[in-house]
Structures are given as C-alpha cells and as structure tokens.
Design a protein around this ligand. Structure first.
Ligand code: GRF
Length: 200
C-alpha cells in the first residue's frame, strides 16, 4: 500500500514509521510522499535524506482553504495513495479533504482520546491531574480528534512531571503505536464498524 505522510514539524513519528519499514518491521506498505504546509518543517529534511519525495503546500499560497485542500487532494489522488498518515500536521483538514478519503486518513494524538482533544493535550492532562495519559491512533472524521480508535498506549503521569517530561514519555509510545496501527489496517484487515475498529 502507498502511504502519504502529512506533517508540519520535526517529524519524529514519520521517522519512526520510515525506519520500521526500512528495517522490515512494518511490511506491506511504503511511504510514497511526505507533504507539509510548512517549508521549514524538519520532517521534510528527514524525508529527503531517505530519498522520499516531498511536497509543500503553504496555506498562504492559496486564497481559500478550499483551493489549498483541493491542491493537496489532487496531488494525493495523482499518486494513487492508499492511506494518509497525519503525523504532527498542525492544520485542521476540512470536510472536503476528509470526505475525499473516507476511512483512509489516520491521525495520532498525544492523549487517551476522548480526553484532551486539540492543542497542548499533554498540558491539559497535567492541569487536570490525571494519573495516566498516553497516545491514540485513530481514523480521521470531520470532528476534531474524534474518529474510531485503532491503537492506544498508556503511560503513567509522575508527580514531578512537567509538559516536557510527560511529552517525551508519550512520544516514545507514539513511535511504537503508529506502526502498530498501520500494520493493523494494512496487513490485518481491520475495518470500521460503527465507532469501533474490528477484524474483517
Ligand atoms: C506528536 O506529539 C503528535 O502526537 C502530535 O504532534 C506531535 C508531532 O511530533 N499530533 P513529531 O513531529 O512526529 O515529532
């Protein structure tokens, strides 16, 4: 299967997936292209170093969100991409995009959904005082951080944690969780039934 990874930042989740594929720990798929809205995203350099195509679609180059999404949709359709992997893509994709690829967009979020959606999920978890947090890989629907859950990993929250230490602990699990989720979808026949994901 062909994957497109969308990212806006350093791209450590992308690197973890790419390395798992390169080392034969994630089979049945390859990353065809890395797409970013930010020219300066570190993840683009990581992609170039691995010989993976990159495309950049800065939002400001387009008059409307519709035109911006349309350009990305066309690029993804041109490449016959099977799954779209959001890995720190910091812009909300609208209905036009989400509905173009039903059940084919995955996202990772640094909390145990449905808790703490949106930005700064790790800070929200610390402020709330939860004893456990973690990460969630889920299908993307038009509601923010809300689609059917594929994989979750739990980490403890320590009493002396700050945002950085908790984020680091969660990120380690993100790097494991995303490849597991992709394997379930690509190689193990998981399908969506209602809000749950089941074996086909
Ligand atoms: C991760 O914490 C991810 O959960 C969130 O954005 C961050 C991206 O990190 N959606 P990276 O760019 O993959 O290192």
């Amino acid at each position: 299967k062909k994957l497109a990874v969308l990212l806006s930042g350093r791209g450590s989740n992308f690197v973890a997936i790419a390395d798992n594929i390169a080392r034969g720990r994630l089979s049945g798929c390859r990353i065809n292209v890395v797409i970013s809205d930010k020219m300066s995203a570190g993840g683009l350099d990581e992609a170039r170093q691995r010989g993976i195509d990159t495309l950049v679609f800065p939002r400001k180059n387009y008059d409307t969100k519709q035109a911006w999404e349309g350009a990305m949709i066309a690029a993804i359709e041109d490449r016959s991409i099977d799954y779209i992997i959001l890995a720190g893509f910091m812009r909300i994709l609208g209905d036009a995009f989400v509905e173009s690829f039903p059940q084919r967009i995955l996202n990772i979020h640094p909390s145990l959904l449905p808790s703490f959606i949106g930005l700064d999920a790790q800070r929200q978890a610390l402020e709330y005082g939860v004893r456990y947090s973690g990460c969630t890989v889920h299908f993307v629907t038009s509601d923010l951080d809300a689609g059917p859950i594929i994989v979750q990993k739990v980490v403890p929250v320590h009493s002396d944690d700050d945002e950085e230490s908790l984020s680091r602990r969660i990120l380690e699990q993100e790097h494991i969780a995303y490849s597991e989720a992709i394997d379930l979808i690509v190689n193990r026949g998981f399908i969506i039934q209602g809000r749950r994901v089941e074996l086909q």
